[in-house]
Each structure stands twice: as C-alpha cells, then as structure tokens.
Design a protein around this ligand. Structure first.
Ligand SMILES: Cc1cc2nc3c(=O)[nH]c(=O)nc-3n(C[C@H](O)[C@H](O)[C@H](O)COP(=O)(O)O)c2cc1C
Length: 262
C-alpha cells in the first residue's frame, strides 16, 4: 500500500490522518501526511484517506482522486424517502411470469460492491440462478432435506400438490457464499443480501429471504454438491427475486422498537 501526496494541493489539514481507521498515517517533518512504515501492512485499503481529502491531494495505491467517482455533496436519500423505503419493503412471494433482466441484475451486483464488509475484506461471492429447472431442483432438494428431518411436513405435502413453498417459483435466486474461514462470513453475506433486497426495490423487483433453502444448503450435502461452490465455501444467505404480482395497499404493523440506553 502506498500513498502519494500532491504537496501543491495538500493543505496540511491532517483530515486524512484523523480519518484513518487504523491510525496508519502521520505527519512528516514538513507537515505532510505519510504512512507509518511499520503500520503499512495493517491497511485494510478502505480508501477513506483519498475519499475524505477536500483538496484532491492524496493518491491511494495509484488511484488518483480525479479518477474516482465524485461523492455526493448532499445526502442521497432524505428521511421521508428512507422511511418509505424501509416501511414499504415487503417479502414478496408471488411473482409475475417475467424474468428479471440480467442487465438489471448486473447493475445491482455492481452497486453491492459498496456494501460494508468486516475489515473491508469484500469476501462475498454471488451464485445466481435464473434457470427455472435448476431453481425447481434446488427447491426440491430443500423439501427432501426437510422431509428427511421430519420438519415442516406441510411444506412437503404442498410440494406433492405442485406448490413450492421454498423458492415460490421465483424467477431468480441470488446466493451469497464465501469461505468458511472468512472473518465474519454470516454478517458479510447477510449485509450483502439485505442490501440487494433494498436495492432491488428501486428496480421494482421484489424478493424474500430464502431461509429454508439457506439452511438446507449449508447442511444437506446434495445441495452443496449441486451448487459446486469453490473449495471451503458455504452458503450464508440467499434471496429469491422477481417482479411482484400483487401490490401492497397497506403497511402491516410491527412491534414497538425495543430500545434502552445504557
Ligand atoms: C433470515 C430470514 C429468513 C427468512 N426465511 C424465509 C423463508 O424461508 N421463506 C419465506 O417465505 N420468508 C422468509 N423470510 C421472510 C420473513 O418471513 C419476513 O421478513 C417476515 O415475515 C416479515 O415480513 P416482511 O418482510 O414483508 O415485512 C425470512 C426472513 C429472514 C430475515
């Protein structure tokens, strides 16, 4: 990891030094920021030093500020819009017979690169499935797993009548997987899937967490084999997605927030 300081632009305001989460930067004898040599390996490459510099003076590992997308001057979403987004998101389980366009999926995947991850390790991989037969197979194997464990007999009974209560005939499944020895894999994958769920709503795409499938995928060997994940990877979160067939006309009530202050 390296930083270059444009000494003509740098105002010596120390903002980059204060911002660095791991205190890797210090002032040099002339008052410009520099990396503490011993601390160099601690850098998690979050890029905050570059992002926070108001004078465009800091280049991070060859990435110059002029080559970065500018950050917004104002907050992106105001409070009413955010509240509306969070309250109006629903778990959508009934879909139009319409595929989710791969270009939209690619855009969503691209946006999700900015979701937070433990130590900025960005370990999340996505396995996407939009082939109906494969989705059917995944649901079927999940039902078999539940059946073998005598769990939720109603789900297997429904399957026998042609009803898929696992993946709900969704046209797209997004599976977040990562190495089992990643720092905090469940949290990283869950944040990624939560971000996907919210981001998808901006395209009018609904979704629900495929919880039964997630559990089966990490416990039922045939599913793991079918997914053919990289060595040492496991499924930590998964979302079923599609265009909602129905609109919601009301926001259902939820419990009061359980909050205390220490
Ligand atoms: C970890 C997790 C697992 C879930 N698993 C399933 C599931 O397997 N099937 C399903 O239909 N919904 C599943 N859900 C959706 C919840 O049932 C849903 O969020 C809850 O009923 C509240 O409804 P809402 O999301 O519309 O507000 C899951 C949600 C979470 C967070």
């Amino acid at each position: 990891m390296q930083i270059q300081i444009n000494t003509e632009k740098c105002k010596k305001d120390k903002i980059c030094i204060i911002e660095c989460p791991f205190n890797i930067l210090r002032e040099n004898s002339e008052g410009f920021p520099e990396i503490i040599p011993k601390a160099k390996d601690v850098c998690m490459r979050c890029g905050h030093c570059l992002a926070v510099c108001p004078s465009d003076a800091l280049t991070f590992d060859g990435l110059a500020p002029e080559n970065c997308e500018p950050a917004l001057k104002e907050i992106a979403v105001d409070v009413p819009a955010m509240e509306a987004l969070l309250k109006n998101r629903r778990s959508v389980r009934v879909y139009k017979n319409k595929p989710v366009e791969r270009e939209k999926v690619a855009h969503l995947m691209d946006m999700l690169r900015w979701a937070p991850t433990a130590k900025n390790l960005q370990p999340v991989h996505w396995l996407l499935v939009d082939d109906r037969d494969k989705i059917h197979e995944l649901a079927k194997m999940t039902v078999q797993w539940l059946d073998q464990n005598n769990a939720y007999p109603g789900i297997a009974a429904a399957w026998e009548t042609g009803e898929d209560m696992i993946l709900r005939r969704a046209p797209l499944i997004a599976i977040a997987h990562t190495a089992t020895d990643a720092l905090i894999p469940l949290v990283d994958c869950s944040i990624a899937v939560t971000s996907l769920e919210l981001a998808a709503t901006s395209y009018g795409i609904g979704s629900f967490w495929a919880g039964f499938f997630m559990m089966a995928a990490s416990r039922h060997a045939p599913i793991a084999q079918y997914l053919n994940l990289p060595e040492n990877h496991a499924v930590y979160a998964a979302l079923a997605l599609g265009y909602p067939k129905f609109k919601y006309h009301h926001i259902p009530e939820r419990r009061e927030a359980k909050v205390t202050w220490l």
